[in-house]
Design a protein around this ligand. Sequence first.
Ligand code: F6R
Length: 607
Amino acid sequence: MCGIFGYLGGRAASPLLLEGLRRLEYRGYDSAGIAILNSKITVNKCIGRVADLESIVPAELHGSIGIGHTRWATHGGVTDANAHPHMSEDGKIAIIHNGIIENSRALRRWLTAEGILLKSETDSEVIAHLIHRAVGDGLSPVNAVRRALRHTRGTWGLCALFAEERIIVCARNGSPLVVGIGDGESFISSDPQALSAHTQQVIFLEDGDMAVLSPSGVETCRLDGGSSDASVTTIDESWGEADMGDFPHFMLKEIHEQPESLRQCISGRILKSDGNGRLNGLDLTPKELQRIPHIRLLGCGTALHACQVGRLAIEQLARVPALAHVASEFRYNDPVIDSTALYFAVSQSGETADTLSAVKEIQLKGGQVMGVINVVGSSIARQCGRGVYIHSGPEQAVASTKAFTNMVAALTLFSVQIGRARTLSVAQGKKVVQALSKIPDQIERYLANQGPIEEAVEAVKDARHVLFLGRGPSAPVAREGALKLMEIAYIPCLAYPAGEMKHGPIALLEEGSPVVVIAPKDKFRQKTLSNVQECKARGAKIILIHEEGDDEFAEEADIAIAVPKTNGILSPLLTVIPLQLLAYHTGLALGCDVDKPRNLAKSVTVE
Ligand code: F6R
């Protein structure tokens, strides 16, 4: 989604901004632009990639102060005019904005009536004009931004470049902003990952915070006029290091990183002799774990699918009622919040606006939310205060892969931990944690011998639709497989619990329809086998993900892909891998941009 990168210091700003924007490309965007201040502000912007922007930025564009933006269209089409930065009428203020201004229609009408010619269809442009009017009324840049934002409703990560004062004023409300402090220079970004090449000293702005970048340094304050608590923290250098190595795409690299990222996630968190898990970040005693009446897990997309696996693990291992919720629906259904229950917010980026809103709603109503998050220091992690980092390392491909497996692993460890505090025996706990500790090697073994993925690609790549089926923990895996194939290869996919198929989706099946079935050798296998027969009777082509050695089931399939055997509730950690590969290779076969699928964003910071 939209990205922000700004610079103020002694170096040439334009190459720094272009490089910063390139580091934000993975978030997904459709246009890009920069504003550079020399004797005046010069704006270059266009639709397309940062490389397209680079090709129109003149080499002699001098200036050591600037702001840059990658736009993911919300209000107004994908056009050069709608790309950011947007300028005030006198050309002395340039703004870039992430988020949505909800009352922009009214503001646009009012500004137009005041005689201002709006040059774009965006919600963001109004901010430039509101600031300009406030400056015209004699307000300082900071107070002008304050007044402009008092007139707006919505969310913002905002940077305003002031030509006369030669400063950048930033403000955050619901859309992340991080200030980077260098030696005689400062940076602003929507993503700490873009800063780590320059500095590890950062200030995460909180909602309601403002920051002023000037030649004398960085000052923070509050939008309401008070002083800010924002302080300098040190970020981990490794977050900036993600490159493709020997892989042709980030997605393939991240699929292959799963054994190692899983080791990072579970390392130090397994107590083998006690058959227990230990997630210190939760800071919950066995007594507290015993008292939890029910658990709710919230997430979006892939994270939601991890929640759906996690809730089954919690119910199975701890016998505590658990439910997974679509985070974007949660807040608006006026949920009943139980202050004695435990809520988990699950997110790779830690910036997903839908999930963050749900967290705030729960907290407002007195509930306790823990984060299950990848990006350290992200908004959701900080809002929750407590939780588990999943330690996947940077995930750059838009489609989430290694974060899914680590989310499932972290939630399984929690299930064991709460289970052991309640009714799970040492022997049962041991079985799960021992099986979990073997998974990284098992994924490695599978990746070395992936089975007939290319045949499966041939079966789905020209299909009108693909149906994914699974039962128990394989039902969320079916949803995850469908989501991956749909987002990477643009093939309409439907996922159903296998038993539900005969209640509707079976109508889609005709001769040759591909059906992907996830069926490890667990207690659901026999029933799934019956559903496979029902599909075959209608001419469907079965692509089966099954357990090694289950030849009886494999014989029923047209294409059978075997994964290593594990403990039932852990099977998603293995069965999901061939589905990730299927999506990747199908996307490639169809000529899709697998790392940056159209219309999608890595970090979805609007609701
Ligand atoms: C799918 C995908 C998305 C994300 C979703 C939540 O491959 O990447 O569905 O899973 O947008 O993102 P996070 O986990 O960052 O909250």
